[in-house]
Design a protein around this ligand. Structure first.
Ligand code: PGA
Length: 261
């Protein structure tokens, strides 16, 4: 099994250039100590500091990603950012379908799919976010809901391309200030269902290598318990990683945990 352990943070609409430089300097100083091992680390900053953060992270193994993109490569799309522009900044990843984009900016499973295909075509690694709203959880239809999102997002994604995809299961009710973290076993069950769908769509050998991350109110108290679940391959963290010190602590504790267990 080679999908590794992934820890990343999405900054959402936070941080100016000075704050980005400060964060990067602290993170680099920490990584130079060499205590963190076998972790795939990524940061998803806002567009305005994307190129700067890519430059700052050069020479480290930290990957940088954008928070969204248009599916077209160029053209008359005022206010949009193309995958080629993201590549040009030096980024490797692009986050697609976050629940805030679905809720406030009209993102749908169909636009997510167009973006996924476009990202893969130019060589960007899509981080596809899926997750059910409260009503689906209450109705007991989380599995169907999430699998539909995954199925549409991956429409026409080939067996060769799927190895470049990252998935994040982020229940809508778990995200943000009002969020309640999912029960780790509950999250693991949904990850397992996603894995079974990947096996059905591709094959076992291919599907086993696709990392599935959990996101939604991850913090220092619950991070280890999530990572300990067999189908949870990583964490996508918001608030608990917005301060460099806090992200560093998380990296430290997860690295220690996976390297000792
Ligand atoms: P949170 O955000 O960790 O602040 O709940 C997670 C996310 O939106 O990915």
């Amino acid at each position: 099994m080679s999908r590794g352990t992934w820890i990343g943070t999405g900054w959402k609409m936070n941080k100016n250039l000075a704050e980005t430089e400060d964060y990067a300097a602290k993170l680099i100083a920490f990584l130079l100590q060499g205590t963190v091992k076998k972790l795939n680390i990524f940061i998803v900053p806002p567009f305005t500091v994307l190129r700067s953060l890519c430059d700052l992270m050069k020479g480290t193994d930290v990957m940088v990603g954008a928070q969204n993109m248009h599916w077209e490569l160029q053209g008359a799309f005022t206010g949009e950012i193309s995958p080629l522009m993201i590549m040009d900044c030096g980024a490797q990843l692009v986050e697609l379908g976050h629940s805030e984009r679905r809720a406030y900016f009209g993102e749908t499973d169909y636009t997510v799919n167009k973006k996924v295909l476009s990202a893969l075509k130019v060589g960007l690694r899509p981080l596809i976010c899926v997750g059910e709203p409260t009503q689906e959880k209450e109705r007991g239809t989380t599995g169907e809901f999430v699998l539909r999102q995954v199925r549409i997002a991956l429409h026409r994604v080939s067996k060769n391309q799927i190895s470049n995809v990252l998935l994040a299961y982020e229940p809508v009710w778990a995200i943000g200030d009002q969020g309640i973290p999912a029960e780790p076993q509950y999250a693991n069950r949904i990850h397992q269902l996603i894995r079974e769908l990947l096996i059905e769509l591709y094959d076992g050998e291919t599907a086993v290598n696709v990392p599935i991350l959990y996101g939604g109110s991850v913090d220092h108290d619950n991070a280890r318990v999530f990572i300990d679940e067999p189908e949870i391959d990583g964490l996508f963290v918001g608030r608990a990683a917005w301060q460099a010190e806090s992200f560093i602590q998380l990296l430290d504790l997860i690295s220690e945990f996976i390297n000792s267990s």
